[in-house]
Design a protein around this ligand. Structure first.
Ligand code: NAD
Ligand code: AKB
Length: 346
């Protein structure tokens, strides 16, 4: 069997997809919102490679940096503006939306009103446009959709979801809204409860799990990192190539096999900051870590699962991540060391 997200799997599914996503005018395009962020910076190139550059439209509230303007079609799009979404979907004949635009957990806790407006308002606008234009929608939920009353070990697919952060409130409400649009209007909604994502292309956007990415940059630059979470805080993590493979794999999965239209638990590793530091030390023996706990982000982390049960994703659409802690760390350091240099004399 081909591994979901692998090149073979993606190639085999390409021809299948070509047949079933056509409008009267031809093959409908894919829109990515929030495309300049941590995920979008890798999802957009992956989608362009997979489906063809002309089929993928990137968009964000931010202005596309000049040096990236040759990468492909781009629209400035504010997801809180319903008319802008409708207009872009109509004008570009969009059939699929990967809706990434959102504020992450730490920023959302600083700006709860803006987080509600962007995370909930944006999703509502996208789902409404998808209902009118019959689009498929991908929604990235999060481990943040769980709260302190959720079982924290091997958190089940279906369980208590009473988050205590604004980010979590928007994620669990977003999951329910996706369920509603699927059941009530037949919109093809699909989602993942993503863990913290570790990547080397774009920096993370203000989340609680950002420390994991920061640790790699600081290890290469200064051989030292001061972590804002405690050493034994255990959270789920995943390397970006597995997350991208999971998103595309889920969106291409046979609809008849999907039991959940809100979001699937997915994970690749359950690790503490100390365990990540120890793995980095295998490559950089002089790397040192200390801890200066940020009470806001620590309390967010303490309300999240320590490990997820991703059995439903494995059963329903063959989710199977390739990178564990050792594989991810080796690859991150190899790729990052090409772009991050230690300061002279260190
Ligand atoms: P990010 O913060 O790096 O990027 C988000 C992008 O959204 C930014 O480029 C920002 O400019 C854009 N944006 C903000 N407001 C907007 C608006 N009104 N209209 C259009 N664009 C707007 O976030 P990310 O890490 O790429 O995450 C993308 C999605 O995945 C989010 O919904 C996030 O909650 C979810 N998620 C991310 C992680 C992770 O570890 N990165 C984990 C779980 C879930
Ligand atoms: C965050 O920390 O906010 C994100 C997430 C796990 O949703 N990385």
């Amino acid at each position: 069997m081909q591994e979901p997200g692998s090149r073979e799997h993606l190639a085999a599914s390409r021809s299948r997809r070509a047949g079933n996503r056509r409008s009267r005018r031809g093959i409908r395009r894919i829109l990515v919102t929030g495309a300049l962020g941590q995920i979008g910076s890798e999802l957009v190139p992956a989608l362009r490679e997979h489906y063809g550059a002309e089929r993928v439209l990137a968009s964000d509230l931010r202005i596309m940096p000049l040096h990236r303007s040759a990468e492909g079609a781009y629209e400035h799009l504010d997801c809180t503006q319903p008319q802008q979404i409708l207009e872009v979907i109509r004008r570009h004949d969009i059939g699929t939306v990967y809706h990434l635009a959102a504020l992450l957990s730490a920023v959302a806790e600083e700006k709860p009103h803006a987080a509600w407006s962007i995370n909930m308002g944006g999703l509502y606008n996208v789902l409404e446009a998808a209902r009118q234009y019959r689009c498929q929608v991908f929604f990235p939920s999060s481990i943040g959709a769980f709260g302190p009353s959720t079982p924290r070990e091997r958190t089940p697919q279906v369980t208590i979801q009473r988050p205590t952060t604004m980010y979590g409130v928007t994620k669990v409400a977003g999951e329910l809204l996706c369920d509603y649009y699927a059941g009530r209007f037949g919109v093809d909604t699909r989602g993942l409860r993503l863990p913290g994502l570790i990547s080397h292309v774009a920096p993370p956007g203000g989340g609680t799990t950002d420390y994991a990415v920061e640790m790699f940059y600081q290890a290469l630059r200064y051989k030292h990192y001061t972590c804002f979470l405690g050493s034994d805080t255990r959270l789920d993590m995943m390397y970006m190539p597995d997350a991208i493979g999971a998103m595309i794999g889920l969106m291409e999965a046979d609809a008849a096999r999907l039991r959940y239209r809100n979001a699937y638990n997915v994970t690749a590793m359950s690790i503490t900051a100390a365990e990540l530091a120890a793995e980095i030390r295998k490559h950089i023996p002089t790397f040192a870590i200390d801890y200066q706990v940020d009470p806001v982000r620590q309390s967010i982390a303490d309300s999240w699962p320590r490990s997820l049960d991703d059995g439903a994703a494995r059963e329903d659409w063959g989710f199977s991540p390739r990178f564990d802690l050792a594989g991810m760390t080796a690859d991150m350091l190899a790729r990052l060391s090409e772009k991050v240099r230690a300061p002279k004399g260190s």
